[in-house]
Design a binder for this molecule. Structure first.
Ligand code: ZN
Length: 426
């Protein structure tokens, strides 16, 4: 409902802006400087989705990594909002309906991928990015055909109908796809993927050595290894996949869209596995930090860090440690051992073994967000609106309520005045 209001507001806003421009233009001098002929900025979006990640999951990563008084970088970005997640047919969403809402701006039924509740296919942010000539990439630590990445390219009534999703990912035209799922594809399908111009990669060494712009990475037969089991030499981390994807997509002069999903925060939260949940969330935020470093050197990139829903009803109840994890001079496996030890000092309760309706975090980085008020309540479909507004060079959708109050009042007063004047004339 909120977004319907926003859409109507947007139409009014566009009409009024046009009228205002018509009124104001004759007064203003027409710019003849280089400003008016400068090239359009190349807009990039990097969207992170922590599957099952509520605020307490973020806090869990923070406590293990930075201590109770510390912050992880994502908590400190340009703007923070709270996001409602309900689907079209249930107050508690699944990953398919939630990812479809984020990817396409439409609430749908649980289980549906890229379709509205009447089964009509939806245009998604990947389609929109492509229409601007941008390159696109999707990463998941579960499978490349999992509901979350699939919602950015597929259209299928049942998220578990993998035969359909597999054929749709092959035809998707997405430039960079990485995750698990090598066993999902037949050798014939792999040949087709290669003949579509992709480098098909199966391990970390192949990823490091590759320099192509089209990558199809399948780094496990099914879901990728959990952080607790990951072989650092064989399997890339989510941060390494993110870094490689940005390297490949960054070559496109028209810009890019990249979505990165940490899929196992959710799975470990279903199992109430606190240490694994912490390790998956920390790996996710390492990838976020990499993207933020990139974005800070590129003013035309926004980074969004959000989730699809909360899983487990997690509440942290105690922590006996409060120092920062030593960041330097320790190896990956030493870091892992320290994280496991530190997570064991944290106590928590879980209230559900499925997803909950708890509002989830939205952290936004970039000048684009600078006028957005902190702690606004938004809907998951607004994430799509924000991304399309950014690509279209519209003002930020969430801020339109504020903007509109200034822009609307003057024309309304004018029309009322005109109406009274006309009435008096009659
Ligand atoms: Zn789940």
């Amino acid at each position: 409902m909120f977004s319907n209001v926003l859409k109507k507001s947007k139409t009014i806003f566009v009409v009024l802006s046009f009228v205002s421009v018509l009124l104001i233009t004759p007064i203003l001098s027409i710019p003849t400087t280089a400003e008016s002929i400068s090239a359009e900025p190349v807009k990039n979006i990097i969207l992170f989705i922590g599957d099952g990640m509520g605020y307490e999951h973020v806090k869990l990563a923070q406590w293990v990594e930075m201590g109770i008084d510390g912050v992880i970088e994502a908590q400190n970005l340009t703007v923070t909002a709270n996001v409602t997640t309900y689907s079209a047919d249930n107050i508690v969403t699944d990953s398919a309906a939630a990812a479809t809402a984020i990817a396409s701006g439409t609430k749908t039924n649980n289980g549906y991928v890229g379709l509205d509740p009447d089964l009509n296919p939806l245009e998604n942010i990947v389609d929109i990015a492509k229409s601007f000539g941008k390159s696109t990439g999707l990463i998941s630590t579960v499978g490349v055909t999992h509901a979350t990445p699939a919602s950015f390219y597929a259209h299928v009534e049942n998220r578990y109908d993998y035969d359909i999703i597999e054929s749709q990912v092959i035809d998707s035209g997405v430039d960079v796809l990485m995750g698990g799922g090598s066993s999902y594809f037949t050798s014939g399908q792999i040949t087709t993927i290669e003949s579509n111009g992709y480098s098909v990669l199966y391990n970390r060494n192949e990823l490091v050595a590759d320099s192509s712009n089209k990558i199809f990475g399948l780094f496990a037969p099914g879901y990728m290894d959990l952080e607790i089991d990951r072989d650092y030499l064989q399997t890339p981390s989510i941060a390494e996949m993110t870094s490689k994807a940005i390297d490949a997509l960054d070559n496109d002069p028209d810009g890019f869209f990249l979505m990165i999903e940490a899929g196992q925060i959710d799975l470990e939260s279903h199992d109430w596995a606190l240490t694994n949940t912490a390790l998956e969330a920390i790996a996710f935020f390492e990838a976020v930090n990499y993207a933020l470093d990139y974005a800070k050197n590129d003013s035309d990139t926004i980074v969004i860090v959000t989730a699809d829903h909360e899983t487990g009803g997690l509440t942290l109840t105690g922590n006996t440690l409060n120092e920062t994890l030593p960041a330097e001079r320790i190896t990956e496996s030493e870091k892992r051992a320290l994280r496991i030890a530190r997570a064991s000092n944290i106590t928590a309760t879980w209230s559900d073994d499925y997803h909950t309706s708890v509002d989830i975090p939205f952290f936004g980085y970039g000048d684009f967000f600078s006028d957005m008020e902190n702690n606004t309540l938004i809907n998951n479909i607004d994430v799509f609106e924000i991304m399309t507004d950014y690509y279209n060079d519209f003002p930020l959708v969430i801020n339109e309520f504020t903007t509109i109050s200034v822009l609307v009042i003057l024309p309304i007063i004018t029309s009322i005045g005109l109406a009274i004047y006309k009435k008096k004339k009659k």
